[in-house]
Write a protein that binds this ligand. Structure first.
Ligand code: FAD
Length: 407
């Protein structure tokens, strides 16, 4: 029987251990924390958005999209649903996003852990794997911090997670372990994170939320568009659509001021419908001041911005200002520009961009040049947008590696 070591009891590691054990391996799962799946507990605001009904390889960034396509064909959305249903997890769907029905991330972690126990996987918490070397018989020797004896395993699955969202006390050394084993990684960057901007008017917008269509422009070229709620901050913007756009900034020279956001704060309204709206309002409200006229358009802070940006006098009567200038001011809100000056670091990111290239792995997540060593989850150069794609990837890659580590 193959002795399989899984390093890291997160989403990918627990799935890898489960599939290796189900296929007959003798599995030990090492976790540095005092409990399994601590990161899972923090996902989806504590509700764990673990997948998405709209699942396709096309949503992922990877050095080879074909690799992700094949992986999802091997273990995709349906397989994960079946797996969780068999584990007894009731599932809730909200606009395509999948959650445990009870909306407690703990349920996902707990059903996985219960299954591992029933499969007799040896779960060793408080165990920090600090060194892995290959032995002469083709297996691996594992060193655990504070333990004198090294342990022999036939196969190793590295499931240590990435650099994103680590808390101060978290320890993660997956990249170091890979390095000492001679496996290279691409450059790493934070993904799904806030974008920094320094426009002075942001101060007044701190905390304001607004639905928007947002485009990311790099050297005057649109390199990505997203729709959704934008949360304005004193020094930048966040929200799911901004997080998704932040991943397009990978390898871009942000500091040089070449990236900007164009925000349409009135999505769904074109010039014609806004003109009709204005005509109607001018008929019945022409005695109002600009300030009062704007009430009902945006949140107060955005109305103020609109008035300021167009040099309008808030106390002027709109009949005196004229329909054209008001329309112009409103249309400006369909193209508000923010220059991106930076992006938040790994500590507030949700995913790591970069990692072990899929071209260095077999279709079973095994390192081509080191048979018996598998790399899964966030350590792989694959990342997806918000919406359950990153956990799906962790479960997908874990299940595939686990199933093949036992042969
Ligand atoms: C705040 C936040 C919210 C998120 N929300 C979502 C969401 O709703 N949906 C979604 O799809 N994705 C979400 N993500 C992303 C998702 O959580 C990760 O992509 C996913 O957990 C990666 O799984 P993993 O198994 O690779 O790593 P992890 O889940 O990070 O697990 C790695 C494990 O390895 C352990 N470990 C590391 N090194 C060692 C070692 N040397 N020895 C022993 N143990 C070790 C760590 O302690 C950890 O438990 C979120 C991320 C963050 C930060």
């Amino acid at each position: 029987m193959n002795r399989v070591c899984v390093v890291g009891a997160g989403a990918s590691g627990m799935m890898a251990a489960m599939y290796a054990a189900r296929n007959g391996a003798y599995v030990t799962l090492f976790e540095v924390n005092d409990e399994t799946g601590k990161k899972i507990l923090r996902t989806g605001n504590g509700k764990c958005n673990f997948s998405n009904t709209n699942m396709s390889f096309e949503y992922y960034n990877a050095d080879s999209p074909e690799f992700v396509k094949k992986a999802l064909e091997r273990f995709g959305f349906d397989d994960l649903m079946l797996c969780f249903s068999r584990l007894g997890l009731l599932i809730r769907e909200k606009g395509g996003y999948l959650y445990p029905y009870c909306e407690q991330a703990r349920a996902v972690r707990d059903v996985c852990e219960a299954e591992l126990r029933s499969l007799c996987v040896k779960i060793r918490t408080n165990s920090y794997v600090n060194c892995i070397v290959r032995d002469e018989e083709g297996g691996f020797l594992i060193s655990v911090e504070g333990q004198k004896e090294r342990e022999h395993f036939d196969k190793v699955i590295l499931a240590c997670g990435g650099k994103a969202g680590l808390l101060k006390k978290d320890r993660q050394n997956g990249y170091d372990l890979l390095k000492t084993l001679g496996v290279t990684c691409t450059k790493l960057e934070p993904g799904l994170t806030k974008l920094d901007c320094q426009e002075g008017f942001l101060k007044a917008l701190n905390g304001v939320r607004c639905e928007a269509n947002v485009s990311l422009i790099y050297d005057n070229e649109n390199i990505g568009s997203e729709s959704g709620e934008v949360l304005f901050r004193e020094n930048g913007v966040s929200g799911i659509c901004i997080f998704n756009l932040s991943s397009y900034c990978m390898n871009k020279d942000i500091a040089a001021g070449r990236i900007k956001l164009s925000l349409d704060l009135l999505p769904g309204f074109d010039e014609e419908s806004l003109t009709n709206f204005l005509n109607m309002r001018f008929l019945v409200n022409s005695d109002k001041t600009v300030f009062d006229f704007c009430k009902g358009l945006f949140a107060d802070a955005l109305n103020d911005l609109m008035i300021k940006q167009s040099d309008l006098d808030p106390n002027a009567e709109i009949s005196k200002v004229g329909r054209e200038r008001i329309l112009e001011a409103i249309l400006k809100m369909k193209d508000v520009t923010l220059f991106v000056t930076g992006k938040a670091g790994f500590e507030s990111a949700q995913v790591t961009l970069g990692g072990v290239n899929t071209s260095d792995l077999t279709e079973f997540m095994e390192v081509k040049k080191i048979p018996g060593l598998f790399v899964v989850g966030e350590l792989v150069n694959t990342d997806g947008p918000c919406g359950g794609y990153n956990l799906q990837w962790a479960f997908t890659s874990g299940a595939i590696a686990g199933e093949h580590a036992c042969y």
